[in-house]
Design a binder for this molecule. Structure first.
Ligand SMILES: Nc1nc2c(ncn2[C@@H]2O[C@H](COP(=O)(O)OP(=O)(O)OP(=O)(O)O)[C@@H](O)[C@H]2O)c(=O)[nH]1
Ligand SMILES: [Mg+2]
Ligand SMILES: [Zn+2]
Length: 346
């Protein structure tokens, strides 16, 4: 039997196994990217953990990716991703930034204090739904809220099928509610703003203080960044969990389906609108506006949906423009280079 069978501790699944040729099955070594540095990657195989220098010739890789290595630890190839999270790079950069690959379940963490924000949770949901992972909303700091149920209800009102749990990240018993998602072969990513308790949750699941955590400023409930790097950690109960730094700004791009899934209710109303290009503002017979009047839909949710759609359209357009101009530039360089060679040959 090949060594691949015991790789499931690292999150290996049939989806990856199926991509191997018979020769690769015999000779190749599967390795998972578990941490990323500026010029190095840390990868784990079933028997080893080591760093690999990042070279310009390597494919773009991200934490969670699976690679095939030869016996000299050289990359044969990157395996196709089962799921992939990305966002538009922060700031004014026109670039897609990969966040993680091959995540099965995403815990979207939000604390139940003044930092709780439905718009932000919907934004994360769009990102997770687009990636192909299953979202679970975790409402942290249940011990500090007098009305945790009130927060849970607000999430459930977004979508009755959405999974949501209120937890105290510091308490082992409370965190044990998450065991249905923690299974051998499965990979979980923990996402959310800084200070919501992502690393605290992971430490409690591990039963040791592996990840550093920090207190929050008492005045505004906002956290400072404590985790600065994404790292994939093996859980004793099986499965892998990805700690991520709090994301201050998650601009979405290439996320049309994720938005459609997250706001399936609004998209269903929109199908009933009189005009197929209805903007759901003041058009006659707008089923979306009617849902707001009847109280079936929140104005806040509609506003956020429209805002995310606008942002998605804008960012996706500038990304595709950038991609085509990169292509044109690449062609130009190639042409100039080959002409230079020709001239040299004369
Ligand atoms: N009372 C209580 N405190 C919590 C809970 N979860 C986290 N904390 C505290 O909140 C602070 C921030 O927690 P972290 O785990 O560092 O937050 P984080 O999400 O990892 O933050 P970044 O790494 O900056 O993204 C720490 O002081 C934790 O002890 C909780 O459920 N209840
Ligand atoms: Mg952290
Ligand atoms: Zn409409």
């Amino acid at each position: 039997m090949s060594h691949f069978s015991s790789l499931s501790n690292l999150g290996w699944q049939a989806f990856f196994q199926q991509q191997l040729s018979l020769d690769e099955w015999d000779d190749a070594i599967a390795a998972r990217v578990i941490e990323q540095f500026k010029s190095e990657l840390t990868v784990a195989t079933e028997s080893d953990v080591f760093n690999m220098p990042l070279l310009a010739t390597m494919p773009e890789m991200v934490v969670g990716d699976w690679l095939l290595l030869d016996s000299r630890q050289h990359i044969i190839r990157l395996l196709d991703r089962k799921t992939c999270f990305s966002r538009k790079a922060a700031g004014s950069k026109i670039k897609r930034q990969l966040i993680s690959a091959n995540v099965d379940t995403a815990f979207i963490v939000s604390s139940m204090n003044e930092d709780f924000n439905l718009n932000r949770i919907e934004r994360f949901l769009a990102l997770v739904n687009e990636s192909g992972a299953e979202p679970v909303v975790l409402l942290s700091k249940s011990d500090q809220s007098e009305t945790p149920q009130h927060f849970v209800e607000q999430i459930q009102a977004l979508d009755p099928f959405l999974m949501v749990e209120a937890i105290n990240c510091l308490d082992e018993k409370s965190v044990s509610k998450l065991s249905p998602w923690i299974k051998e072969g499965m990979t979980i990513a923990v996402l959310g703003s800084s200070g919501v308790g992502k690393s605290t949750l992971i430490n409690t699941l591990l039963g040791e203080k592996r990840q550093s955590t920090r207190g929050i400023r008492e005045d505004d409930g906002k956290g400072r960044h404590t985790t600065t790097r994404r790292s994939l950690i093996a859980l004793n109960a099986g499965g892998m969990i990805l700690d991520t730094p709090g994301m201050r700004e998650i601009q979405i791009a290439d996320c049309k389906e994720g938005i459609a899934t997250t706001f399936a209710d609004i998209e269903a109303y929109a199908k009933q609108c009189k005009f197929s290009d209805c903007q759901h503002q003041a058009e006659p017979n707008c089923a979306v506006q009617q849902a707001i009047v009847s109280g079936d839909l929140d104005q806040r949710r509609l506003n956020n949906y429209l805002k995310l759609l606008r942002e998605e359209t804008l960012n996706s357009a500038s990304l595709s423009e950038r991609r085509s101009s990169d292509k044109a530039l690449g062609k130009y360089y190639k042409q100039t280079l080959s002409e230079a060679h020709k001239l040299k040959g004369r």
